[in-house]
Write a protein that binds this ligand. Structure first.
Ligand code: OSB
Ligand code: MG
Length: 370
């Protein structure tokens, strides 16, 4: 198979509510949507880079540049037999995992559609349902947070994650824990602390959290290992894991006991599958993170987390939590039991509503082999 055409769109969707983390506040989701064509069929991948290099060094601009100038030409040069061949062809490009992932995932979707199978089947996953967790951004205070937790628990979510930041941590966790003694609860600091704050993190150790996500440096493993030795609560790494080697090294030195897999952060589905398989072999649970994706990236996450090894609820929540109108029909929904049904249609498995995508598109560029 030769890829005949690639389209890069810049898409902007307003978020229903602002999402605040330790590194900033998002009010809209702006991303590069990658589409690839072969033999009259298309596949689509949503890039999880954002406007600012705060979660990761990548931005929409860097992703667009690296896609257009390096990755798409490398893809055009391939005679593809399997989607597993895409990631190795990008390996010479250092970093830029989110750009690589968007294009690689579009090819996986295309291959699944060409084969008439759902994406999860091509990946080696399963049908059925997946358990939904929810990530609640930083709130004005404990009362506002409790209101949000109540809403999400009532909606059925299987576990709740709350964002924390220095000075907005122990009191928030205590408030939620007092109201919900049994709730599977975790926190995500998005790298807001250092080892000098170990006292605060030790204070969180008594709340029966399922894990503490990425408390220390965004590219750190060593200090996380030091911190993990001082805590009973498992540490989970998000930002620090950029591929299979990081995952292996993190586990080897005891920097984490759980890993958050985001296909965008590790370079795509192949790398995600390698990490989940590696962790499963070591008895380490993984779960699928989220990046406030539109329905296109959201469905990709639903399929990914059907792979063996994804034993914990992910950050994949219902479309309607994020957007007035998602780009797919039907939207992703979560049942009152906290479950998402895995699509069985070809590829991503739900329709992409192109008139909505067109309305949300800021710019588009078409690329062909030369
Ligand atoms: O750290 O997991 C994170 C959103 C944007 C960037 C980083 C993170 C998040 C979330 C939201 O926690 C997960 C979601 O609901 O998509
Ligand atoms: Mg995180």
């Amino acid at each position: 198979m030769k890829i005949e055409r690639v389209e890069l769109r810049r898409v902007s969707l307003p978020l229903r509510r602002p999402f605040q983390t330790s590194f900033g506040t998002s009010t809209r989701k702006e991303f590069v949507l990658v589409s690839v064509w072969a033999g009259g069929q298309a596949g689509h991948g949503e890039c999880v880079a954002d406007l600012r290099p705060d979660y990761s060094p990548e931005t929409n601009e860097t992703a667009h540049h690296v896609l257009r100038d390096y990755l798409v030409p490398a893809l055009f040069a391939l005679a593809l037999e399997r989607p597993e061949e895409v990631a190795p062809a990008f390996a010479w490009v250092r970093g830029h995992a989110m750009a690589k992932a968007a294009l690689e995932m579009a090819v996986w979707d295309l291959c699944a559609r060409r084969g008439g199978v759902p994406l999860h089947r091509l990946l080696g996953g399963r049908g059925g349902t997946v358990a939904a967790g929810v990530s609640i951004g930083l709130q004005a205070g404990p009362d506002a947070l409790l209101e949000r937790v109540e809403e999400e628990v009532a909606a059925g979510y299987r576990r709740v994650k709350i964002k924390i930041a220095p000075g907005r941590d122990v009191a928030l966790v205590r408030a939620v824990r007092e109201r919900y003694p049994e709730l599977p609860l975790m926190v995500d600091a998005n790298s807001a602390y250092t080892l000098a704050d170990a006292g605060v993190l030790e204070a969180l150790d008594g709340f029966g959290l399922t894990m503490i996500e990425q408390p220390l440096g965004w590219d750190d493993l060593v200090d996380h290992a030091t911190l993990q030795r001082r805590l009973r609560t498992p540490l989970c790494l998000d930002e620090s894991i950029h591929g299979l080697e990081h995952a292996r090294q993190a586990l080897d030195i005891g920097a984490a006991r759980v890993i958050n897999v985001k296909a965008g952060r590790v370079g795509g589905f192949l790398a995600s599958r390698q990490i989940s398989a590696h962790c499963a072999a070591r008895g380490v649970p993984v779960w699928c993170g989220g990046m406030l994706e539109s329905g296109i990236g959201r469905l990709a996450n639903v399929h990914l987390q059907t792979l063996p090894g994804f034993t914990l609820p992910g950050d994949t929540a219902a479309s309607q939590r994020y957007f007035e109108e998602d780009l797919i029909e039907p939207p992703v929904t979560v049942s009152s039991a906290g479950l998402i049904t895995v699509p069985e249609g070809p590829g991503l498995g739900h329709e992409i509503v192109w008139p909505r995508v067109d309305r949300a598109t800021l710019a588009r560029e078409e690329l062909r082999p030369r």
